[in-house]
Design a binder for this molecule. Structure first.
Ligand code: NDP
Length: 499
């Protein structure tokens, strides 16, 4: 047994991961106990020192090899993602390809972002050399979701590893097999130490990770409600957290928008992955002058979209059966309060699959507009101008992503939206750009993954001031002369006293 393989689980209980299209058992995994999790964290502490000692180049090389494994076994991993989530194989492939881009970016840019950087010492302390460098935190606990079981957890795992941390990863109980695949692939290229470990189980295993002594940060992706629990539990040990929670992402369609492109983006953004996308489209606000034409296009395009588990299906079953009830409740509430379903509706929710549902005239305070539906539904509302669109889009406790379709005012409208990221004239483009940070506002969470900000999220700044020569003005000594104080006062007036 190599050091990278955690000791056999002491857990005697197991749980099954099921194919949501068939209920067939895809795999059986241990329910790791608190003791198992704490032991994994202890192993990670030792591994972290070794991993950090490899330096940026050593770690970059291992990350490069890891992405190579993912790229070469793309078909195998896509098939496993399909089995555990139900999403089409091509969609599984897309999320893996994007994750590979992130591994490549993080490995390549870690030194530039986190390595030693010179800072100006300022005039008064010009005898000092000021530098800052970013050190790893130590051990990062990652709690992942099931909707994008490769792309989403790797958004934290990859950046934490590139920053020099060891990681203990708890995947969702719906996708433990994908989590195991990723961790095993990493152990192939890093066999020396358990730098990336897997713990499996239900919510309690995640809770144990959150409060394990020796965890230096928790990166959580999932619902806002569980995010609050994680944050409260982590507060016990003053463990910092990154919370990537849900969204209620809006699309704004301006009078001069390319309606064909806007309708295409709305349909894909709303129904892709059966709507189980944190930054998926859930609400649309359309300028009144183009509303009817836009709605007609959305309905026509939505008719072409069909769920199923066959090769031509555009999206799969709901991964988490409990979600069906949430979607049903939101649609019913919308219809009961005057909304109309132009496609789908109350009958759209089946035992496993939900048909595409396009809702109009839905009151803004209904659950279908206010709460995260996480299903293949979309509400479309008419607005008199784009000011009203911005106001309504921002009237949400969530603030994850948003999309603007406008030829002339895209940037202006994007800046006014209270969300972590906005795509202009294309759906979700920010998620594929590895150099851009990703994260939320309000109930969508806080902290950032991806990009330089994502690397720094898993590192602590270390400031170093080195005296290069004795200061002409000795300030930090009891031997300071009165004339020095007079000179400092004069200098300050010259430098900062201008009216
Ligand atoms: P949860 O927020 O309950 O779960 C997310 C992760 O947290 C899972 O790995 C889960 O483990 C784990 N977990 C659960 N309870 C705890 C706890 N007390 N302490 C630490 N970790 C815990 O989401 P669900 O998967 O149940 O989905 C519920 C809703 O969340 C969805 O309807 C959707 O609205 C939203 N969601 C949003 C996502 C996003 O990307 N923003 C992703 C997933 C869900 P386990 O799965 O084993 O219970």
């Amino acid at each position: 047994m190599t050091a990278a393989q955690p000791k056999p689980a002491t857990a005697s209980e197991t749980f099954d991961s099921l194919n949501p299209a068939t209920d067939e058992v895809v795999g059986t995994y241990p329910i790791h106990t608190r003791e198992d999790v704490e032991a994994a964290v202890q192993r990670a502490r030792e591994a972290a020192d070794w991993w950090n000692s490899l330096g940026f180049d050593g770690r970059g090389e291992r990350l490069r090899r890891w992405k190579g494994v993912l790229a070469r076994r793309l078909a195998q991993l896509s098939s496993l993602v399909h089995d555990e989530t139900g999403k089409p194989v091509a969609d599984a492939q897309l999320e893996i390809v994007l994750a590979i881009e992130h591994i490549a970016w993080a490995g390549k840019h870690a030194r530039k972002v986190l390595g030693s950087q010179r800072r100006s010492p300022g005039l008064l302390l010009s005898n000092q050399a000021a530098t800052v460098e970013y050190h790893p935190l130590g051990v990062v606990g990652v709690i992942g979701p099931w909707n994008y079981p490769v792309y989403t957890p790797l958004g934290s795992i990859t950046y934490a590893l590139a920053a020099g941390n060891a990681v203990v990863y708890k995947p969702s109980e719906y996708t433990p097999g994908v989590g195991k695949w990723l961790v095993d692939a990493f152990a192939e290229v890093v066999p020396e130490q358990p730098v990336l470990q897997l713990v499996t189980g239900l919510g309690e295993t995640g809770a144990a990770l959150t409060t394990s002594p020796g965890v230096d940060k928790i990166a959580f992706t999932g619902s806002t409600a569980t995010g609050k629990k994680v944050m409260a539990a982590a507060a016990e040990n003053l463990t910092p957290v990154v919370i990537e929670a849900g969204g209620k992402d809006p699309v704004l369609v301006d009078a001069d928008a390319d309606l064909e492109a806007a309708a295409d983006a709305t349909v894909w953004g709303a129904f892709w992955n059966a709507g189980q996308t944190c930054a998926g489209v859930e609400r649309v606000y359309v300028h009144e002058s183009v509303h009817d034409e836009f709605v007609a296009k959305v309905v026509a395009k939505s008719r072409e979209v069909r769920p199923g588990s066959d090769d031509s299906a555009k999206y799969g079953p709901m991964t988490m059966p409990a979600q069906l009830e949430v979607i049903r409740r939101h649609i019913k509430d919308a219809l009961a309060r005057g909304g109309r379903a132009l496609l789908g509706g109350a009958d759209a929710v089946g035992d496993r699959y939900v048909q595409p549902t396009v809702l109009v005239d839905v009151p803004e305070d209904s659950s279908a507009v206010q709460e995260e539906t996480f299903g293949p539904t979309v509400t479309i509302a008419k607005v008199r101008d784009m000011d009203e669109a911005v106001e309504k889009a921002n009237d949400s406790r969530y603030g994850l992503g948003s999309t603007v379709f406008s030829k002339r005012r895209g940037l202006e409208l994007a800046r006014r939206l209270r969300t972590g990221q906005t795509a202009i004239n294309a759906p979700l483009s920010f998620a594929g750009i590895a150099s851009l940070p990703f994260g939320g506002v309000g109930d969508s969470g806080f902290g950032r993954i991806h990009g330089p900000e994502g690397l720094r999220e898993f590192a602590r700044p270390k400031s170093i001031a080195r005296q290069r020569f004795t200061a002409p003005l000795a300030l930090t000594t009891f031997a300071r002369k009165e004339k020095t104080d007079v000179l400092v006062a004069k200098l300050t007036a010259i430098l900062h006293g201008k009216r």
